[in-house]
Ligand binder design. Structure first.
Ligand code: COA
Length: 254
């Protein structure tokens, strides 16, 4: 079975992360599939909205750490960067349903969604510093903007997780629901949107986003340069090797 399930019905394209045995960690192939699906959804007039969902126990453990070691993104055309630009520039409504852990890009992608519904078990984290890395997906811009600088510093410098209630309070999440209902709520909202005039949705979203689109894309590109360099540095190599070896990282030498 594919690691990304794609289903289209009633004007709604649903992308389901389906690699639950690896906590829905994203591989380069999964980013590529999602990027292609978003491009198709953007251009197909029969698709009016996209839902991104995981499993009721886990949304995503972020980038696959084995992939970071062996297939790190090397250029701005890498699947992960295509996916991120596709998300940021996606012209139609984008809805996420999040249950369980949402780590790294599992959280940062949500800042590009229009509506987010969270199970009460959702746990968001952006532990880039703990991995010897820096923010991605324009999160260095969007996280302080949405959460305020000091809460952003806890999330991005300390890498501290925050739960569904905190995400609701800062406005990252629209509503908290029982995990068994999160995907259904997202689907119901998607169908409401799909029944509305598409041109009005697209123009409204464009107007809401246009003020800082250039900044978002510029932040993504600058973060991407730093992230790509830091992936090769000793701190990140130690963090990834430690994760694969199921031990605590030792940063005393870096
Ligand atoms: N990359 C690759 N494999 C991953 C992964 C990742 N990001 N996250 C989890 N896995 C794998 C584990 O290695 C394990 O594989 P195994 O069964 O072959 O040993 C399996 O998924 C289950 O993970 P486990 O850690 O046992 O599950 P858990 O429920 O105890 O914890 C998480 C879930 C998400 C909290 C934890 O897996 C985690 O912290 N993952 C890493 C997150 C991360 O740092 N991502 C990178 C962000 S940039």
């Amino acid at each position: 079975m594919s690691d990304i399930l794609i289903d289209t019905a009633d004007g709604v394209m649903t992308l389901t992360l389906n690699r639950v045995d690896k906590k829905n960690a994203f591989t380069q192939a999964m980013y590529g599939t999602c990027a292609d699906a978003l491009a198709q959804a953007a251009s197909d007039p029969a698709i009016r909205t996209v839902v991104l969902q995981g499993h009721l126990t886990v949304f995503s453990a972020g980038n696959d750490i084995g992939d970071f070691l062996t297939r790190a993104p090397s250029t701005q055309d890498s699947p992960v960067f295509r996916f991120l630009r596709g998300l940021a520039q996606f012209p139609k409504p984008l809805i996420a349903a999040v249950c369980g852990p949402a780590v790294g890009i599992g959280t940062t992608l949500l800042f590009h969604c229009d509506l987010v519904y969270a199970g009460d078990n959702a746990a968001f984290s952006m532990p880039f510093v703990n991995l010897g890395l820096c923010p991605e997906a324009a999160s260095s811009l969007l996280v302080p903007q949405m959460m305020g600088y000091h809460r952003a510093a806890e999330a991005l410098l300390l890498g501290e997780p925050f739960m569904a209630e905190a995400a609701l309070e800062v406005g990252l999440v629209n509503r908290i629901v029982p995990p068994t209902e999160a995907n259904a709520v997202a689907q119901a909202q998607a169908r409401k949107l799909a029944a509305k005039p598409l041109a009005a949705l697209v123009e409204t979203k464009r107007l809401m986003k246009k003020g800082q689109m250039a900044q978002v894309l510029s932040a993504m590109a600058e973060e991407g340069e730093s992230f790509g360099r830091m992936l090769q540095e000793p701190a990140a190599r130690e963090a990834f090797t430690a994760f694969m070896d199921k031990r605590k990282p030792d940063f005393s030498q870096v």
